[in-house]
Design a protein around this ligand. Structure first.
Ligand code: ADP
Length: 469
């Protein structure tokens, strides 16, 4: 970046210097030309007012010879014939009638012209005035052409260019450094919120990076906590299994206890399996589950199937289950929807009271979006826990959760599934009264997936076309 700014500044400076020098040269040459014409005019007018050429017959002007670089004098009569020229033999000279300065002098009294000489280096400047005797007096002088002026000044101009360029290199280096320095300082101290953002254009960029940085740290911390929790959760049933197995192994269980211990081993092993299943599920969702297959599903029908599956569990708890609403479609992954329904309904049974009820409703809301509500008449959740129950391994009543086969991961999985389907989840709960969890599905996922499929199709078509060619 530094290099680029530096280079660009130098290019701009070099261009500016060259253009300025060229411009100055043209202006200077213009003034130089004006000066010469002005001088010639003054000479011509002086001659006229002094009446030097009033009677050329009388005047011994034939003896005037032009010095090198000096003034050339020509007298032209009304026919355009040259009757005197200080530089050449007038008799051999062609008619001067068509010379622009002579023509102008005959017409208006004065005229001038500049013509290129045979050599590229010189220009001839002419000034002509009409004398009282009807002759035209023309004075002329040779001077450097712009080409010669440029050539003569080339060394000076190059010198000025080099000097200015060196000056520009130093300045541009300094400016580049002072421009980039705050950015470099910011990059070094990005993590420090006290570091001032000098350029306001960079503020959103810096805010975004800082946010990402914080998110990464938060994620890392969450993962660390999750790993610690997982280890702890796995350890408990494994310790129990190991303990009971050891007792049986050493024949310390006795015949009457062996069956009970085997039962405990079985129960803890099942617990481990459920836990590992949930962990796998969660880590798959975490990494953005890849084998999801979104289709149009009737959520009402799926809810009915889930209720049938959980009926036995509900009966054991003396909880009744009811399905309300009507057939409503969602664009979702079937397996994930089953998991979501199961987790919510299972919780509604497990955290219910004996004789309580669970009402599952699937319907369309006022906006036409399908929603799922799982409402129970159970123990409820007090407000301080309501935000946290979606966290991994967060349980309000740990012993009840464990006793009913909970892993503390069910709602974390639900939250992930909801996010993956671009749905929203809300919770309303009152201790001792019950809980209602509502998931609302939007049409966004379907739109996005359709867009993605269209893009894939057109990409494939272009690919086929290209390979076909
Ligand atoms: P668990 O496996 O412990 O049930 P979840 O993630 O499913 O884990 O739920 C987290 C916690 O939220 C539970 O331990 C429980 O305390 C609370 N909870 C979840 N659903 C309900 C409900 N329907 N009624 C009351 N409490 C609930």
């Amino acid at each position: 970046m530094k290099r680029k700014i530096h280079m660009e500044l130098l290019i701009i400076a070099a261009l500016a210097i060259v253009l300025t020098l060229l411009f100055a040269l043209f202006v200077f040459y213009g003034l130089f030309q004006e000066q010469i014409i002005g001088d010639l005019r003054e000479d011509a007018i002086a001659f006229r007012s002094m009446n030097v050429f009033a009677d050329p017959e009388d005047l011994d002007i034939g003896s005037y010879q032009m010095e090198e670089g000096g003034l050339r004098i020509t007298l032209v009569d009304a026919e355009g014939d040259v009757i005197f020229d200080s530089d050449a033999n007038e008799a051999a000279m062609e008619s001067h009638e068509d010379r622009p300065e002579v023509q102008a002098a005959f017409e208006t009294g004065e005229g001038h012209d500049t013509r290129k000489s045979e050599t590229l280096d010189q220009n001839s400047f002419y000034y002509a005035v009409l004398l009282d005797n009807g002759l035209v007096l023309r004075v002329a002088r040779e001077a450097d052409s712009i080409f010669a002026v440029t050539k003569n000044m080339l060394v000076t101009v190059a010198g000025v260019f080099v000097l200015l360029f060196i000056f520009t290199v130093v300045l541009s280096n300094y400016f580049t450094k002072s421009l980039v320095q705050p950015i470099e300082e910011l990059a070094e101290n990005l993590g420090d919120p006290g570091t001032k953002v000098v350029y306001k254009e960079l503020a959103p960029f810096v805010a975004k990076i800082r946010q990402q940085h914080e998110d990464i740290l938060k994620n890392a911390k969450m993962r660390q906590e999750f790993t610690a929790n997982v280890s702890h959760e796995l350890k408990t049933p494994l310790t129990a299994i190991s303990g009971y197995a050891e007792l049986i192994e050493h024949g310390m269980a006795g015949k009457e206890n062996t069956e009970r211990f085997a039962g405990e081993i079985h129960k803890n092993a099942s617990r481990l399996l459920i836990l590992i299943n949930d962990i796998i599920q969660l880590s798959q969702l975490d990494g953005g589950k890849t084998d999801v297959e979104y289709t149009d599903l009737d959520l009402y029908k799926l809810a009915g199937e889930c209720i049938s599956m959980l009926k036995m569990n509900a009966q054991k708890q003396n909880v009744t289950m009811k399905l309300c609403g009507r057939s409503s479609m969602v664009f979702a992954d079937k397996q994930l929807m089953e998991e979501l329904l199961f987790n919510l309904c299972d919780n509604a049974i497990r955290y219910n009271n004996r004789g309580g009820s669970v009402t599952v409703t699937v319907d369309k809301n006022r906006e036409g979006n399908t929603f799922l509500s799982v409402k129970d008449t159970g123990i409820g959740i007090s407000p301080e826990h309501q935000d946290r129950i979606f966290e991994r391994f967060y349980r309000v009543d740990k012993s009840r959760s464990k006793a009913t086969g909970g892993t503390g991961l069910g709602l974390a999985i639900v939250k992930h599934i909801v996010a993956q389907h671009e749905a929203s989840i809300s919770l309303e709960s009152e201790p001792k009264k019950g809980t209602e969890i509502v998931v609302v599905f939007s049409g966004r996922l379907k739109e996005r997936e359709q867009q993605k499929r269209l893009e894939q199709q057109s990409a494939e078509q272009t690919k086929q076309k290209n390979t076909g060619d």
